[in-house]
Design a protein around this ligand. Structure first.
Ligand SMILES: Cc1cc2nc3c(=O)[nH]c(=O)nc-3n(C[C@H](O)[C@H](O)[C@H](O)COP(=O)(O)OP(=O)(O)OC[C@H]3O[C@@H](n4cnc5c(N)ncnc54)[C@H](O)[C@@H]3O)c2cc1C
Length: 430
């Protein structure tokens, strides 16, 4: 850790880039910019890089682009079981691994190690309390002094107040994740649990890491601790969980992106920008992708010394080109899923498993851990599954009958039918 007296340092140097947040987004931006020769300082309030609530599931594409030492990978994932609200268990197996469970801290730290090797410096254990934009620089004030830089990458994760300080607001929808480490008996594959009693509108999981150990968690809009206790008790009663090793921890996950992810001299990336899969809440890969786009845009702007919001707007255009179909389709599917009652979900799962759809999907190139829109199109457009959706309401039935994504509706349209079906609440403070 670099230990410089903050205010003194601030008067001496104008850094090229300050990155706030040493998660996947911030470290990868730092790595990319430091590799291009820019002076980069990363600031994080944590001492232990990457030690933030997460399950550590990364898709194969992410892993191929950003591999780590195989010793830090707990498991390859090519099978998972989904347990319907009815109790029916459906196993999904793919011919090749689609994801891996990695040691999250080690994975995120590996980006920071590479960034340091490329010349980035890290100020850890410093909380950023204030950001100011000036004509020729930005100033970042921590609880231990302040630093100035030509530009700022804001990668402070979910719930950061710093977005608001810059007038960029915050993601308009989010969910709460809760998770703990548990000891298990005979849990060798991922188990995903669905149902209103367990995780209404979302899901719960057991993700095995080392032998006899798993991460148990769930996503939910409200009452996370209560839901978690009852999920764990039910698995204990089944003999799957024998002990909860640590206290469960809650953290938020954005489900919608910020409207604006740039301003003068500043780009916002990762969870802070809401660049997360709305279907599952996974955000590591999209954070890495968006931080690469951000570094490219900053490189161009820094080299020309043109750092106005106008100039940096290219970042938003580019990351939206890459991710917005996924974010929009994923969010529509998420809202649709939240409308389904237990009987609909059970029926969908039963039919999908019995009419060969699951086997067909497992072999299909549409199955991807990180890109869900074509898989969603396939499910929504399926004739039998569409029949189940028609039980929910006519709008969903119309969507199901339309071919693929052409039939998707987007959140504004869903508002029109909200009054017909009880919606889950829109979130509680974490
Ligand atoms: C229960 C749960 C399970 C998840 N499981 C997965 C999964 O399996 N796979 C997946 O892809 N995603 C998962 N996610 C989401 C994933 O963790 C995030 O999308 C990802 O970490 C986002 O990266 P980031 O760099 O944007 O933010 P973060 O990883 O949150 O990093 C932000 C950093 O900013 C720092 N920071 C914040 N405020 C300040 C401040 N004021 N001053 C200084 N530093 C600050 C924080 O300390 C933190 O280190 C999960 C999330 C939850 C809640």
């Amino acid at each position: 850790m670099v230990n410089l007296p903050g205010y003194f340092r601030g008067t001496l140097e104008l850094q090229d880039v300050i990155v706030v947040g040493a998660g996947p987004a911030g470290n990868n931006a730092a790595l990319s910019l430091a590799s291009k020769g820019y002076g980069v300082t990363v600031i994080d309030s944590r001492e232990n890089i990457g030690d933030k609530l997460c399950t550590g599931l990364v898709g194969e594409e992410c892993f191929r682009r950003h591999p780590i030492d195989p010793a830090l990978v707990y498991r390859e994932i090519n099978a998972a079981s989904v347990i319907a609200p009815s109790g029916e268990l459906v196993r999904f197996e793919t011919p090749r691994p689609v994801a891996r469970v990695v040691n999250r801290v080690a994975y995120v730290s590996s980006f920071a190690d590479q960034a340091r090797e490329a010349g980035a410096e890290y100020l850890l254990g410093r909380r950023v309390v204030d950001l100011e934009q000036h004509k020729d620089w930005v100033s970042v004030t921590t609880d231990d002094g302040s630093i100035k830089a030509r530009t700022l990458v804001l990668a402070a994760g979910f719930g950061s107040q710093l977005n608001r300080q810059l007038g960029l607001g915050e993601p308009s929808d989010y969910v709460v994740g809760i998770q703990a480490l548990v000891r298990t008996e005979n849990i060798d594959e991922i188990e995903v649990y669905l149902g209103r009693d367990i995780a209404p509108g979302f899901f719960a999981w057991l993700v095995p890491t080392e032998p006899g150990i798993a991460l148990a968690g769930l996503l939910v809009r409200k009452n996370a601790p209560e839901k978690f206790v009852s999920f764990i008790s039910a698995r204990e009663a089944e003999g799957k969980i024998t002990e909860t090793v640590n206290k469960p921890v809650c953290w938020g996950i954005p489900l919608r992106p910020l409207r604006k992810t740039y301003t003068d001299r500043v780009l916002v990336v990762g969870d802070a920008a809401g660049q997360v899969k709305p279907t599952t809440g996974g955000g590591i890969f999209y954070s890495l992708l968006a931080s690469e786009v951000a570094s490219g845009a900053l490189h161009q702007a820094l080299s020309e010394d043109k750092l106005s919001a106008n100039r940096l707007g290219v970042y938003q255009k580019e990351w939206k080109n890459l991710l917005s179909t996924e974010l929009e389709v994923g969010y529509s599917a998420r809202r649709m899923f939240e409308y389904l009652g237990d009987s609909h979900i059970s029926s969908l799962i039963h039919q999908a498993s019995n009419n060969g759809f699951i086997a067909e999907l497992a072999d299909s190139p549409d199955v991807s851990f990180d890109w869900h829109s074509s898989m969603i199109g396939k499910i929504v457009g399926h004739p039998t599954l569409g029949g189940v959706l028609s039980l929910v309401n006519p709008l969903l039935a119309r969507m199901a009958k339309s071919p693929g994504l052409a039939g998707m509706v987007f959140p504004d349209q869903l508002v029109a039918v909200e009054s017909e079906v009880t919606m889950a609440g829109t979130g509680t403070p974490v």
